[in-house]
Write a protein that binds this ligand. Structure first.
Ligand code: ADE
Ligand code: ZN
Length: 331
């Protein structure tokens, strides 16, 4: 089973590239840039990653990314992740990035985009790994700021595969971002949003109705609303579920308690993802392996999940056909 899961061509639709920053790279970038860290060692960083909820994680996540200053840093961050992911059998990565978290530190969009795009080209050429770029808005910051980031990103609109919505969910409903998402829609940029991770099922409904998203990131709390579950199934809305993230952020106590089997039984379209692999105890393969341990799923279930990711990915039809072919040979 483990060999099968490694070989399975996995498309990752929900990854925060800043959340792929391993403590080793954090230390080397801190040294390169003369940034001081509140940790004495890599071990001390890992010990600090003991979260009680989403906010306790976000505090360390925003602190950790303070070492990212130059285009080279963003390139090294992404390339470091792409290499690890490829070794785990990942064939495509859709990465969220958080411009506002960098702009607040004086690091501009040209720096971020130069570094990430260079890494994407290297990954394509050297690893046969395709990727997509999702520019995320921080929902705990004012909507006006998000709108200003979207306008500032004009030179890059064509390079964005989607916009997304992340950070602290409770008290920051999708409705807050209606105008920003309407602007993205008119620009022809696809839309996704985190909803129903810590926030209520109503936020999932709002993201669909008010933000016109094509996928929901997380969405696990939809089960609290049976009418919403029926709608998600009927409309074929894809949820990008992050099992180890949900355990580490105490959305569920243990993976065995995770609603994944119920979501599958309800006929929903699901994908498995790592969210912030450096913070949550592993990447795509670790998430797939944890699910086989917790739920005892057959190969067919994993093939179905990997297939949904390929169908829902922001890729060309040509690349989709190629990944379908790879999946068909994965048994
Ligand atoms: N930013 C990075 N990871 C996140 C998550 N799991 N939820 C919300 N915002 C995030
Ligand atoms: Zn996320």
């Amino acid at each position: 089973m483990r060999d099968f899961l490694r070989r399975l061509p996995k498309a990752e639709l929900h990854l925060h590239i800043e959340g792929s920053l391993e403590p080793e790279l954090m230390f080397s970038l801190a040294e390169r840039n003369g940034v001081s860290l509140p940790y004495a060692s890599v071990e001390e960083v890992r010990t600090a990653y003991d979260f009680s909820d989403l906010q306790s994680f976000l505090d360390l996540y925003y602190q950790g990314m303070s070492v990212l200053r130059t285009a080279e840093d963003f390139h090294d961050l992404a390339m470091d992740y792409f290499r690890r992911a490829r070794a785990e059998g990942v064939v495509h990565v859709e990465m969220h990035f958080d411009p506002q978290a960098h702009l607040a530190r004086g690091v501009g969009l040209p720096v971020i985009m130069e570094g990430l795009n260079l890494a994407r080209r290297h990954a394509e050429r050297e690893l046969s790994l395709s990727s997509a770029l999702i520019m995320a808005f921080l929902r705990d910051r004012p909507a006006e700021e998000a709108m200003s980031v979207l306008e500032t990103a004009a030179p890059y609109w064509e390079m964005l595969d989607a916009v997304g919505l992340d950070s602290a969910e409770q008290g920051n409903p999708p409705a807050k971002f209606i105008e920003v998402y309407e602007r993205a829609r008119r620009l022809g940029i696809p839309r996704v949003a985190h909803a129903g991770e810590e926030g209520p099922a109503d936020y999932i409904r709002e993201a669909l109705d008010l933000l016109d998203v094509c996928r929901i990131d997380h969405g696990v709390r939809c089960l609290e609303d049976p009418a919403l579950v029926s709608r998600l199934r009927d409309e074929g809305v894809v949820l990008t579920v992050c099992p180890l993230s949900n355990v580490r952020l105490k959305v569920v106590e243990r993976l065995e308690d995770h609603p994944l089997p119920k979501l599958l039984d309800a006929g929903l379209r699901l994908t498995l993802n790592s969210d912030d692999p450096a913070y949550f105890g592993g990447g795509m393969l670790a998430n797939f392996e944890a699910c086989t341990d917790a739920f005892g799923w057959s190969k067919e279930v994993f093939i179905q999940l990997a297939g949904t990711a390929i169908e829902a990915a922001f890729i060309s039809q040509e690349r989709r056909l190629e990944l379908r072919r790879q999946l068909a040979h994965a048994h």
